[in-house]
Design a protein around this ligand. Structure first.
Ligand code: C2E
Ligand code: MG
Ligand code: MG
Length: 641
């Protein structure tokens, strides 16, 4: 093989005829002088090759030659290997005793997919039309008829070298584009499947991985466990320590779980992920028994309870944990994950950090809850939320001096549900305001009916939850309902528990002021359970304290209990508040609260909560029998004390 000089326009000429090789070298070599008729060639070459042209603008070719097909194949192989591939191979068709040009072309194409192959032949065999199918691709194989003119050869070489360069540039651009697309796809994949803070798999990825783990252990007796964690009080920590520290804490928690899983004493595989704000998951596959899962979960739990060092401070965390496993709780990843979440939520509702292992009853409960949600929305619309009425007796006059309206869900099948069964649910699903409106509407309709039918003006107490205090349209809503029913604002009292009030006094205070300005009464419910001082009450527009039932219940148990009640009454009086004793169930309790100076009493001993008609009957009976039924002779009070 021979070559003249180095250039990137590398050309291989292959012919068994030494004369022809000489001809190629002459017309592709540096000394080539185009005649006047072909002078434009150099302009073309200049445009095509730029720097790879001589001072006259003629292209510079780096020509190599060999006289056999096999040698040509080897030359192409070496060129590719050394990173200096040919742009063109001119191939003679018949080169005895070796392989013919077509066979050489096929072998060359296998080695180099980019080189332009020119089949040079004196005959029309092989048929030029078939070359593209014989040695694809068709845009890189050419037919060139011998004998050729030197300029013809040089023009072809110039054009094909130019093409080779632009193909190369296009390929590079494509490669860059492909690389970018790949990188972007990777980034999107990461975003879609990984959590950016901890770099751990997210819910989507976890569920995918869980399915893989389940499928892998499908034919064995081994178990795949899904263990979910919720960091207790994380939002509190996040708020108090700052966002950065919170982020660090999440990252550390993830790392801790990974380490804990790696150290687990079993032979299976584990994956750790983050599937919610402060919610993490460990997928543990290849566990031999449910007992073993419990042992592993306990080990992980202990590990996360070790302190975390964040900003030089030791932070102690507790986590609620929910566990479900396959195949017992399902073979489908989504189902198992959902079951583990149900178990986690159960743990979260418990006061202390705890582990809940899924059991099938939970599914029933979750479904039941779901059904209840849609039922409750419907119930509000259908007017199934009503109130019952419980009388409050004046301990001074012995007359009914007030009524507490207590919500009830009157279901179409006749069952009646207590507030505990639907008030928390209404808050959870964000419809407690609708429920309040339903209750107040029912109360106002009833009260305006009493006024119309019996000219009876009795103040009614309605319970308010923390959610209502956050509704800045509260006063407006109350006003509009009361106006619509023509009920005077002085007839409405709103009961707020002490805990609700203290939860966020900054929110509660202005609302209470607005309400009070409007003219409705504010009563503190379940008083005494909030462990608070009374001092805050002095600044609030409150008129009444309702001593919590638990104090009344224990009244007769010990001297201390009765002194507590007396102290509450005393303080209430000192602040000019009216005091109601709640939960009065016995005559003895009634005597005592009367003696201690309570103003009103409410409880089963006096009357249970009743539907409107029963309540009216009750009032009527009280009126008919004794006008002052519950007020006992003072001698009895004395003897009890
Ligand atoms: P509460 O406001 O403290 O109401 C008193 C509860 O004690 C009522 O239970 C009543 O039936 C019960 N009770 C009354 N006297 C006695 C008694 O002598 N002994 C015993 N053991 N219990 C007595 P209920 O109706 O189940 O209501 C429970 C709680 O649900 C209420 O406590 C109140 O906090 C809440 N609630 C009721 N209706 C509504 C409402 O419309 N909205 C809101 N947000 N909460 C409501
Ligand atoms: Mg109440
Ligand atoms: Mg109460």
């Amino acid at each position: 093989m021979t070559s003249n000089h180095d250039s990137t326009n590398r050309i291989l000429v292959v012919d068994d005829d030494a004369m022809l090789i000489g001809e190629y070298l002459r017309c592709l070599g540096d000394g080539f002088e185009p005649d006047v008729s072909t002078a434009t060639l150099s302009d073309l070459e200049k445009v095509l090759f730029g720097e790879e042209t001589d001072e006259n603008g003629a292209a510079k070719f780096n020509v190599h030659s060999c006289n056999q097909g096999e040698a040509a194949v080897e030359a192409v192989r070496d060129a590719v290997k050394t990173g200096a591939p040919f742009s063109i191979v001119f191939l003679d068709i018949r080169m005895p005793p070796g392989i013919d040009g077509l066979e050489a072309a096929r072998r060359i194409r296998e080695i180099d997919q980019n080189v332009n192959i020119v089949i040079v032949t004196g005959s029309l065999s092989p048929e030029p039309e078939n070359l593209g199918t014989e040695v694809p691709p068709a845009d890189k194989i050419f037919f060139f008829k011998k004998p050729f003119h030197a300029v013809e050869c040089r023009q072809l070489a110039a054009a094909l070298c130019g093409k080779w360069h632009s193909d190369l540039a296009l390929r590079r651009a494509n490669d860059i584009l492909e690389q970018r697309v790949w990188e972007r796809t990777e980034a999107l994949h990461k975003l879609a499947y990984y959590d950016p803070i901890t770099q751990l798999p997210n819910r989507l990825k976890l569920v995918d991985e869980l399915q893989i783990q389940i499928d892998e252990t499908d034919s064995s007796d081994l178990i795949t466990a899904t263990v979910l964690f919720d960091i207790e009080r994380f939002s509190f920590l996040n708020e108090t320590m700052g966002y950065d520290a919170g982020t660090q804490l999440l990252a550390s928690f993830g790392k801790r779980l990974i380490r804990a899983c790696q150290d687990l004493p079993y032979g299976g595989r584990s994956i750790v992920g983050r599937f919610g704000a402060d919610e993490f998951a460990c997928l543990i596959s290849g566990v031999e028994s449910a007992d073993k899962i419990k042992e592993l979960v306990e080990t992980i739990r202990q590990s996360v309870e070790e302190p975390f060092l964040i900003d030089g401070r030791e932070i102690f965390l507790k986590a609620s944990i929910g566990v479900a496993w396959s195949p017992v709780h399902g073979r489908d990843a989504k189902t198992v994950f959902r079951h583990a979440e149900a178990a986690l939520h159960r743990s979260m509702r418990r006061p202390e950090s705890s582990v809940t292992y899924y059991h099938s009853e939970m599914e029933g409960r979750a479904k039941h809850k779901f059904d209840r949600q849609s039922e409750l929305r419907q119930a509000i619309e259908n007017g199934e939320i009503i109130t019952w009425f419980q009388p409050q007796l004046s301990l001074h006059s012995g007359k009914v001096a007030g009524v507490e309206a207590l919500a009830r869900w009157l279901r179409p099948d006749g069952t009646i549900l207590p507030p505990a069964d639907f008030i928390p649910l209404s808050e959870e699903i964000g419809i407690s305001d609708l429920l309040f409106e339903a209750v107040l509407t029912h109360v106002c309709t009833t009260v305006s009916g009493w006024k119309k039918d019996f000219s009876w003006d009795v103040p009614v107490s309605v319970n308010l939850s923390a959610h209502q205090l956050r509704n800045h349209k509260l006063v407006e809503i109350i006003r509009s309902i009361m106006n619509k029913q023509g009920v005077e604002e002085t007839l409405l009292n709103l009961e707020l528990t002490e805990t609700v009030l203290l939860e966020d006094l900054t929110i509660a205070e202005p609302v209470l002021r607005d309400l009070s300005e409007y003219g409705v009464g504010i009563h503190i419910d379940d008083f005494g359970t909030g462990y608070s001082s009374l001092s805050y009450l002095a600044d609030l527009p409150v008129q009444t304290l309702k001593i919590d039932q638990s104090f009344v219940e224990r009244l007769t148990e010990s001297e201390t209990n009765s002194r507590v009640v007396q102290a509450i009454v005393g303080m209430g009086k000192a602040m000019d508040l009216e005091v109601v004793a709640e939960g009065v169930e016995t005559e003895q309790q009634l005597l005592m609260v009367t003696k201690y100076g309570c103003d009103l009493a409410q409880g089963f001993f006096i009357g249970k909560p009743m539907g409107e008609l029963d309540f009216l009957d009750w009032c009527h009976a009280v009126d008919q029998t004794t006008n002052d039924l519950p007020v006992l002779p003072s001698a009895a009070v004395e003897s009890e004390a």
